[in-house]
Write a protein that binds this ligand. Sequence first.
Ligand code: SF4
Length: 512
Amino acid sequence: MNNSPEKFLYERHINNNYDFNMWFAFPGPESFALSSLGYLWLFRAIDMMSDVNVERIYSDTKTTKIMRDKIDLIGFSFTFDMDFLHIFSILKKNKFPLKTIDRTDNDPLIFAGGPVVTSNPEPYKNIFDFMVIGDGEDVNLEVVRLCVENKDLTKQEKLKLLAKIKGIYVPNLTPTVQKITKKLTECIYTPIISENAFFKNTFILEVERGCSNRCGFCLASYMNMPIRFVDYNKIIETIDFGLQYTNKIALLGAQITAHPDFDKICKYVDNKIKSGEKIEMGISSLRVDSFKPEIVQTLVDAGQRNLTLAIEAGSERLRRVINKHLTEDQIFKAIDVAISCGLRGIKFYGMIGLPTETQEDIEEIVNLSKRIKNKYKGFEISFGFSTFVPKANTPFQWFGREAEKELEKKSNYLRKELHKLGIQTVISSAKWDYWQALLSRGDEKITDLLIEVYKLGGNLGAFKKAAKNLKIDTDSYVLQNYPYDKVLAWDFIETMPGKEFLIKECERLINQ
Ligand code: SF4
């Protein structure tokens, strides 16, 4: 009997005589890795290569099956800025020097891919031998294949070959890199279902990639332009496939409801539920302006009790500035739909410290909450806020953050006023978000700072101390507004829609 908590949804190649060994690393605990669609999908593709022995490793992996000295290649999936701490700890634990310059030809090539390096790889150019810029599904396989076929070449020879692949950034070898944008010809899903996953026994499938809304700060939208949809029939086929293994499914995408057949997908699942199948279905987040009764009803029938709605800002003025054209009337209509479908509450998501934000915009969040509370007695609302972090390759990349003191003032005001209304409020730490902005607009000069932070324990104090020790003026990366003609560390990445467009868009947004 198979007692493994993991169910593999594909045929694995088990071979006792591999010539090529790889670690595919997730910089976080196993439970998060097992809920990470991108990571698991890429692992599956490599695992299906008959001549590659690939092992998943995590930040909490105690011992590995493949011995350190047998490893030919290490890949990291790099999704969140602060993951660098786990990356360093995995390297350190396995006795690999953190910087490429300190590793020898006997060490394996170490690379990374994912949103962090796609957006701005420069802070890591001295850590990884090469990086994948853009959608990694196909190019990762090309990379692994090249490394298998050229196993006996020196590192430098391999890197020269890798530099010829579109979307691969080899520091000091590739002056410009074209970001890869893949056509979604298949529906990717979690190929391993596990008891140990953060989303336990859940089959996650991607319905679309990107968001056509193009909010001025949004990396998910700009990094994944243009928005791409998976074909309806492929989605249905994939849902049916997943339901053979579990009754919990989750649809993933930044703007799921923009899928031209989203109503049909909901209807398909709802009909199954109505005919007696026990299905739990979740989706990441709905946009208020696509809050339709059929969709919400399906989610309620499929077990969802609360929904998250990103309104981003309290006033319509500021929502226009960030490109979120959402009226108060639409917010109220969405609540009407939620109540008519049996939802007990809604969590709103917003951001503070946005470019051009004034105290009136912040007060509008409280006023809006009062109006909702008055109109919908007994309906639970709560708020989650983060503070604005400028992201590379978005129209707001030129804006620095507001000073911490101001952000704290706004946070305290919101906490206090919303608490008076009985509204639960969670606000991300302005201190941590400051350091996130450093990573997001950083260049190669901050690599040593990151290493120092890691050595000092990786907490908030460590960031401060490291900057002081190395005499790095972090405010110049985080707080300063940049002029449009400043050369940015990530300018060498060729993305759509390009810098000219971003400048025009930034001007259009802030001058409304
Ligand atoms: S609606 Fe959400 S996902 Fe879309 S661009 Fe705006 S913030 Fe990003």
